[in-house]
Design a protein around this ligand. Structure first.
Ligand SMILES: NC(=O)C1=CN([C@@H]2O[C@H](COP(=O)(O)OP(=O)(O)OC[C@H]3O[C@@H](n4cnc5c(N)ncnc54)[C@H](OP(=O)(O)O)[C@@H]3O)[C@@H](O)[C@H]2O)C=CC1
Ligand SMILES: O=C([O-])CC(=O)C(=O)O
Length: 263
C-alpha cells in the first residue's frame, strides 16, 4: 500500500481480519515515517513501513495507491515497469496527459495493468459501457461542505467560513477542474476517463455551507439512453475532503483480487 493517511489507515483497519489479504508493506512520505510507523503498528503490526518500493522485502502481488497525485509518478510508474499490477485512487493525476501516457506505456512494457478505481463515485461501469455506444453529454456537479474547499484555489477567492448560500466555485471542463482542485476533483477525472474525456465532460463545483455530505451528481446521455445518479457520501472524519466510499472502493478492489469470487 502507498499512503497511511485517512484512506490508507481505514483500509488497513477494514482488512485486518481478512485472511485472504496480507498488507506486507506501507510506503509513506519520508517526513511522516515515525508517525506512520506508530499508526500502522497499531493496526497492522506485521506490515513494514518504508519510504519506497526498493525497500520492500517481498515483491507484492498488487500495489495499492491511496496517497495522492505525486505517488503515481514516484511509486506507481516504477512498479508498473517492474510488472507489478497497481490499483489507484488518485485519478486526478491522470489529467496530466503526459503522465497518463507514461503510466500506460510502463504497464505495457511491464506486461501488467493499472486499474483506476471508482472511489467516491458510482455508475462508472454504466458510463464506461455507455461510451462504447457513443456518449453525447456528461455533466458532473460536486457539492461539498464549504470547509472541504480549504487550501484550494477557492480558498481566498471566496470567504469560505462566511458563506451563507451554496456557491459555485468552479465551472468548466473536467481537465481544468482536476488541475485546479487535485484533492477534490478525482471524481471529475474518473468520470472523464470513463466517459467523454477531460475537455468534453462539464464540471460544476459547489461550496455549500449547509451540507454535511460530499454530494456527487452525474447526468449522462448518449446512444444507450440516459442516466442520472446522485451519491451523498459521508466524509471521513480524518479528512473531510474524502468520502468514506473511497475507502470501501479500495477494500472491494483488493478483495476482488484475493477472494475466490469477485463482484
Ligand atoms: N478517486 C476518488 O474518488 C478519491 C481519491 N482520493 C485520492 O486519495 C488521496 C489520499 O486521500 P486521503 O487518504 O484522504 O489523504 P490524506 O492526506 O489523509 O493521506 C494521504 C497520505 O499519503 C501521503 N503521501 C502523499 N504523497 C505520498 C507519496 N508520494 N508517497 C507516500 N505517501 C505519500 C501523505 O503524506 P503527507 O501528509 O506528508 O503528504 C498522507 O499521509 C487524495 O490525495 C486523492 O488524490 C481521495 C478521495 C476520493
Ligand atoms: O471523496 C470525494 O468525495 C471525492 C473527492 O474528493 C474527489 O473528487 O477528489
Amino acid at each position: 500500500m502507498i499512503g497511511s493517511g485517512a484512506i490508507g489507515l481505514s483500509v488497513l483497519s477494514l482488512l485486518k481480519n481478512d485472511s485472504d489479504v496480507s498488507i506486507d508493506s506501507v510506503i509513506v512520505a519520508p517526513d511522516t515515517l515515525d508517525q506512520a510507523r506508530e499508526q500502522v503498528a497499531a493496526i497492522a503490526p506485521k506490515a513494514q513501513v518504508v519510504t519506497g518500493l526498493a525497500e520492500v522485502a517481498q515483491r507484492p502481488d498488487l500495489l495499492v495507491e491511496c496517497a495522492g497525485h505525486g505517488a503515481l509518478r514516484a511509486h506507481v510508474l516504477p512498479a508498473l515497469e517492474q510488472g507489478i499490477p497497481c490499483v489507484v485512487v488518485s485519478i486526478g493525476a491522470l489529467s496530466d496527459v503526459e503522465l497518463a501516457r507514461q503510466l500506460e506505456d510502463a504497464a505495457k512494457r511491464g506486461k501488467t495493468q493499472v486499474q483506476l478505481l471508482s472511489g467516491a463515485i458510482g455508475g462508472i461501469d454504466a458510463l464506461a459501457a455507455a461510451k462504447i455506444g457513443g456518449l453525447d453529454s456528461v455533466v458532473y456537479t460536486g457539492r461539498k461542505p464549504a470547509l472541504a474547499w480549504k487550501d484550494t484555489p477557492a480558498d481566498g477567492q471566496f470567504k469560505l467560513e462566511a458563506l451563507t448560500e451554496p456557491t459555485v466555485i468552479f465551472e468548466g471542463p473536467a481537465g481544468e477542474a482536476a488541475r485546479l482542485f487535485p484533492k477534490n476533483a478525482n471524481v471529475a477525472a474518473t468520470l472523464s476517463l470513463a466517459g467523454l474525456g477531460l475537455d468534453r465532460t462539464q464540471v460544476r463545483l459547489i461550496a455549500d455551507p449547509s451540507s454535511k455530505e460530499n454530494v456527487h451528481h452525474v447526468e449522462a446521455s448518449g446512444a444507450f439512453g440516459s442516466f442520472e445518479i446522485t451519491m451523498r457520501g459521508k466524509p471521513l472524519a480524518a479528512n473531510p475532503k474524502t468520502s468514506a466510499l473511497t475507502v470501501y472502493s479500495v477494500v472491494r478492489a483488493i478483495g476482488n483480487q484475493a477472494h475466490a469470487v469477485a463482484i
